[in-house]
Design a protein around this ligand. Structure first.
Ligand code: SAH
Length: 231
């Protein structure tokens, strides 16, 4: 089975490339896609660049061109839920776009006609992640992830996103990947390790914790592959 593993920034996929060691690379539409084998799995790995548009292009390319049958996203996020501390892992149960707004026409935030506010993650991949967390004795929180084309470093915006979508964490790619995967009928899984708390200190914390948090997320994804390979 071909599995896609995606990040937004180089730091999010570097720990994976380092772990797999031997891979081929191919450039498509401005991004580099790395292919390798792990146990009986074929892998395609790439970072998209930051934001929803680049993330959509990469997810669609991994599915349409590289024929990925499942997609796992590994990356970092800002925490909304105060239970989430820097370094903690959070997996999305469902995702929304916090900056999608045609509320002037009476629609809810995050909604456009023929779409839905939330896209739900694949139940089987969620179950596998719970098993992995148990096996490794690592705390893994489930929650709602809100995505938008902005780095949130502002208490007011964070509060608004929290209140409007009941979101637990926020980032800049997850929901767009979810929309693409749902439309193309590919099960997906969005994992994020907390790099900051989307507040005044977010910029500093992000810089400091990006690398270590990205590694936490990548390590967890590798353990998920071990289970997927056994199936
Ligand atoms: N420092 C980078 C920009 C990082 S943007 C540069 O200068 O190039 C933040 C990235 O991490 C995005 O990919 C996003 O998905 C995630 N992220 C982490 N914390 C976030 C926050 N508080 N708000 C939005 N995205 C966040």
């Amino acid at each position: 089975m071909k599995i896609a593993i995606m990040g937004a920034m180089p730091e999010e996929i570097e720990p994976l490339l380092e772990y797999f060691g031997d891979y081929k690379s191919e450039k498509v539409a401005g991004n580099t896609y790395y292919t390798t084998k792990y146990k009986d799995l074929d892998l395609v790995i790439a970072y998209s660049k930051i934001g929803k548009v680049f993330a959509s292009l990469t997810a669609a390319t991994m599915i349409e061109k590289f024929k990925a049958k499942k997609l796992l996203f590994s990356g970092v996020a800002g925490a909304i839920n105060p239970k989430l501390n820097i370094g903690d892992l959070v997996v999305a149960t469902k995702l929304c776009q916090h900056d999608l707004d045609i509320s002037a026409f009476g629609h809810p935030f995050g909604y456009v006609p023929e779409g839905s506010v939330f896209v739900e993650s694949d139940k089987e991949l969620l179950k596998i992640s719970k098993d992995v967390a148990k096996d490794l004795n690592i705390p893994l929180q489930e929650g709602i992830i809100a995505t938008g084309d902005q780095f949130v470093a502002d208490e007011k915006r964070k509060e608004w996103i929290s209140k409007t979508f009941k979101a637990d964490a926020l980032e800049m790619e997850g929901a767009s990947v979810a929309v693409v995967c749902e439309a193309l009928d590919v099960p997906f899984f969005i994992l994020r390790a907390i790099s900051d708390s989307a507040d005044m200190d977010a910029g500093f914390n992000f810089e400091e914790f990006l690398e270590s948090s990205a590694k936490n997320s990548a390590k967890f994804i590798i353990h998920m592959l071990d289970i997927l390979a056994k199936k």
